[in-house]
Design a protein around this ligand. Structure first.
Ligand SMILES: Cc1cc2nc3c(=O)[nH]c(=O)nc-3n(C[C@H](O)[C@H](O)[C@H](O)COP(=O)(O)OP(=O)(O)OC[C@H]3O[C@@H](n4cnc5c(N)ncnc54)[C@H](O)[C@@H]3O)c2cc1C
Length: 493
């Protein structure tokens, strides 16, 4: 039987996900898809990376350096893959995480703002924090308007700052809660959250936390754990490991770790070569780029349309050093700690943006233990060198670092959202396709997996291009497709 040889360059969730959907599929021309995944590191997974701190891999104690959770209700594609892995004897263990948040100004920064979301819900019990009363009201308003932001055209082109004005939120609430929370997302850049598209932000919260879907957002057990937000009981790397095993042993995908690759278009076929040094990895009918946008120029030689190359070159990245440590002083005081602890930088320290989040690994793993290890995501750029030095020297932090990794995420701007939709029109030109976090929405696991599924249909000739939707502002019942897809009860709408 004829083979359609497919080279996937990049072995993060996007590249592996594309292989999952493509391998063994029959294309319209009768050929069968055979995938090879090239990954430059010795391990797969990219931003899904766990530091195992004990004697054994896949066991506690561990801390996730990057990817750490998913929402079982809204991550429908991901959930289906986990079910398939389980059915094939590669189960991935997951359980509800303790979904709590503290907002605080770090010690010595001249302010004593510090409150937990639990305190925000009970302002009467915290008379020493007079701001909580109005924060509670505004927070509820934010949750209530979420569904409208996702569905009403009015919000599609509104920035976060415009949204704040539209809602009449106070400056204090914006700075000490809303922006701090948005700033804490993984894909914000040095321009701060004010100019980000509120629709993109809300879509992220919809997928991650179920915002806009009251049932999902409110789902809590008696201990306050979200019953839909899950952590990986053996670390995020364990899910990548399960997928890798399945791809290698069951689907028979060729996996090539330690192979930094590039693809050259030879006017009809593609040749995949090592990025450095001589030799070649063979010729392929189709190439899927699953690398960072900014790497596309170096990884794809010829074959990319000007539009694809132009779109890719416009994406910006936010870099962070993810550090596992036991440095108590960067955390809120004991008793005030939550799973996620969001630093509010006072104005004179705002060069430390885009964000700092410090989370407690034990609490993330569902336990009521607010001791170390902690994970801090420190921005690398544009922090001045002196500040980086202080972060590391601060009380001897570097002596207590247990693990660290350098992670990258594309930022979310209007330019990017427009670029993503333009990209769809050039998918498949010269048998070249694009996936990865930058190609779809906020680039969460669920989104890159959906992108892989769509590419599989495109490559096999079964993709039905949807006409673009034109929301009717006068139709109160209109629900966009992305919401319908994650709400089974609306699939008929
Ligand atoms: C700190 C952080 C936390 C996050 N947490 C979550 C979360 O909890 N849940 C969630 O859904 N999403 C989360 N995300 C988003 C996450 O990035 C995406 O969900 C997803 O993992 C992106 O996958 P990717 O394959 O596109 O990119 P990456 O994970 O970056 O993978 C790209 C891969 O390509 C490889 N590569 C690059 N160049 C080459 C080359 N020339 N040849 C071969 N290989 C190459 C890289 O080594 C890397 O392995 C988080 C992101 C960050 C940064």
């Amino acid at each position: 039987m004829a083979m359609k040889r497919i080279a996937i360059i990049g072995g993060g969730a996007a590249g592996l996900g594309a292989a999952y959907f493509l391998q063994g599929q029959q294309a319209a021309d009768g050929s069968t898809c055979q995938c090879t995944v090239f990954e430059k590191n010795q391990h797969f997974g990219g931003n899904a990376l766990t530091a195992y701190l004990g004697d054994k891999v896949w066991e506690k104690p561990f801390a996730d350096l990057g990817v750490n959770d998913f929402n079982k209700k809204t991550y429908t594609t991901f959930d289906a893959i986990l079910s398939e892995l389980k059915a094939r004897n590669y189960p991935v263990a997951y359980a509800p995480l303790l979904d709590t948040t503290t907002f605080y100004v770090p010690p010595g920064f001249g302010s004593d703002v510090s409150y937990t979301m639990k305190e925000l819900q009970n302002p009467d019990e915290n008379p020493d924090k007079p701001y909580l009363e109005s924060f509670k009201r505004q927070f509820k308003q934010f949750e209530d308007v979420a569904y409208k932001v996702l569905t009403e055209p009015k919000y599609f082109r509104m920035t976060v700052d415009e949204f704040i004005a539209d809602q009449g939120f106070t400056e204090q609430f914006a700075l000490w809660n809303l922006k701090a929370r948005i700033q804490n997302m993984y894909y914000i850049d040095d321009r701060g959250p004010g100019g980000m598209p509120i629709y993109g932000v809300m879509k992220y919260y919809h997928l991650q936390e179920g915002l806009g879907d009251r049932e999902t957002a409110a789902a809590r057990d008696t201990a306050g754990r979200s019953t839909t937000r899950m952590y990986f009981q053996n670390g995020a790397s364990s899910w990548i490991h399960a997928l890798e095993q399945y791809l290698r042993n069951v689907a028979r995908v060729e996996l090539r770790p330690g192979a930094e690759a590039m693809a050259r278009f030879d006017g009809g076929t593609w040749t995949v070569l090592p990025m450095h040094g001589g030799g070649n990895f063979g010729s392929f009918d189709v190439v899927i780029s699953a690398v960072y946008a900014e790497s596309v120029g170096a990884v794809i030689a010829g074959g990319a349309t000007n539009l694809a190359a132009g779109v890719a070159s416009r994406f910006r990245y936010s870099d962070s050093l993810s550090v596992v440590h036991d440095f108590e002083d960067v955390m809120p005081v004991r008793g005030q700690r939550s799973t996620y602890n969001i630093v509010i930088n006072p104005p004179d320290r705002q060069q430390l943006r885009p964000y700092v989040i410090n989370y407690v690994a034990n609490m993330h793993q569902g336990r009521n233990d607010d001791g170390p290890p902690f994970v801090s995501l420190c921005p690398i750029t544009p922090v001045p060198n002196e500040d980086v030095r202080q972060m590391w020297d601060w009380g001897g932090m570097q002596r207590k670092v247990m693990a660290s990794a350098f992670l990258r995420h594309n930022t979310l701007s209007y330019d990017n959202l427009i670029g993503q939709s333009a990209l769809q029109s050039v998918q498949g030109t010269n048998n070249l396709y694009f996936t990865g976090g930058w190609t779809i929405g906020a680039g969460l696991h669920e989104e890159v997996l959906r992108q892989g599924q769509m590419l599989s249909k495109m490559i096999c000739g079964t993709y039905e291009k949807h006409h673009s939707e034109h929301p009717d502002p006068d139709d109160p019942g209109y629900v966009p497709r992305h919401i319908r897809e994650t709400r089974p009860d609306m699939s008929e709408a």
